[in-house]
Design a protein around this ligand. Structure first.
Ligand code: PLP
Ligand code: COI
Length: 339
């Protein structure tokens, strides 16, 4: 603990003291209980292992200048986990259980929330799995909800510095009317090969096209896509992307700044008309895009000349971070202070 180098944290797992668990059994969720164990003991035929009944969330807690700990958009993450439950026929987790478990996990591991000056955060990972044995393809009757936390630095090592993305036309992360809108493990398993290929070629992530027509921009591997054109914030509408809570927040901030919002299908050709581009998410925050290469089509779209993020992305990034760390007022009620 004493040896954590807060300023140089990467996005990875560091052991903390406790995780918190609630079990669904006989029609009821148990009171969230802490444990020091990093393991779970489940039946070998559990539905999460065989049929992918697994959903997760990702949110962050920040320590302010005032020493207070702020959790960003707790309720929105609880609501999205409920949507994931409906998407893969899991028992819907009550918002109160989600919130109570997260709050307890953060409070118990308070000393792992990085100091304000470090610019790091505590990543919160809620996880819900089907635990009953089923050999036929059926939903589980019992569930485990678990929350662990870990201190993290930037998801992309470059932080707020533009990096390149690649379009790999022979890969999709989700089907047109499949599970892309849910935060479930299967979507990430489906993205591993393409992600690894992109990294080997020197790109920070894959930029997926819509899986039906391969004409429109969908999203980045771990984050939504947005672009700036003049005074307009443009972000794809698609039935195969995750509804990002960071993107939703940036849309609100852009609106507050007097920008026009366009949430609509975005043609790949339009990339050449944008002034700035970025991908956004809890882990990625805003990761500005340097260029996008569509390698099979031999096309490349460039967004920076000098290797620095554009002015609108920078303004949005600073505003979002200021609210998260409590430097600016939380006018939209996005923050839960841990008492
Ligand atoms: N898209 C995908 C595929 C993601 O994994 C994430 C990460 O959570 C996001 C978008 C961004 O969502 P959020 O801003 O809610 O973290
Ligand atoms: C997040 O941004 O919270 C994510 O879940 C992205 C990735 C780590 C899966």
């Amino acid at each position: 603990m004493d040896t954590i180098d807060w300023k140089n944290l990467s996005f990875g797992y560091l052991k903390t003291d406790f995780n918190v668990r609630s079990y669904f059994k006989d029609g009821q969720w148990s009171k969230p209980q802490e444990t020091t164990s990093e393991s779970i003991d489940i039946h070998m035929a559990a539905t999460c292992l065989h049929y992918g009944q697994e959903a997760f969330e990702g949110l962050k807690a920040f320590r302010g200048k005032d020493g207070k700990i702020r959790i960003f958009r707790l309720e929105e993450n609880a609501l999205r986990m409920q949507s994931s439950c409906r998407g893969i026929l899991m028992q819907e987790l009550p918002i109160e259980i989600f919130e109570e478990t997260v709050l307890k996990a953060v409070k118990l591991n308070e000393k792992y929330v990085p100091p304000y000056e470090s610019g790091a955060a505590l990543y919160i990972r809620p996880l819900l799995i089907g635990t009953s044995p089923q050999v036929g393809v059926k939903a589980s009757k019992e569930y485990l909800f678990l929350v662990f936390v870990t201190p993290v630095g930037p998801y992309f090592k470059e932080g707020f510095k533009p990096t390149p993305l690649v379009i790999l036309r022979s890969f999709d992360r989700a089907a047109p009317q499949g599970t892309g809108t849910y935060k479930i493990g299967g979507n990430y398993a489906a993205s591993l090969v393409a992600g690894e290929k992109a990294h080997q070629m020197g790109y920070s992530a894959v930029l997926y096209l819509d899986p039906k027509e391969k004409k429109y921009i969908d999203e980045g591997g771990p984050a939504n896509f947005f672009a700036i054109k003049g005074n307009t914030y443009i972000t794809p509408a698609s039935s195969s992307i995750l509804p990002s809570i960071t993107n939703k927040s940036l849309i609100q901030l852009a609106e507050d700044m007097g920008m026009t919002i366009e949430r609509r299908p975005v043609l790949e050709e339009e990339l050449s008309t944008f002034d700035e581009a970025g991908i956004c998410g809890t882990a990625a925050v805003i990761s500005p895009v340097e260029r996008i290469d569509d390698i099979e089509e031999n096309k490349s779209y460039k967004f920076t000349k000098d290797g620095i993020a554009g002015p609108v992305s920078t303004k949005l990034y600073n505003k979002l971070r200021a609210i998260q760390y409590g430097d600016e007022p939380d006018t939209h009620n996005w923050v839960t202070i841990v008492e």
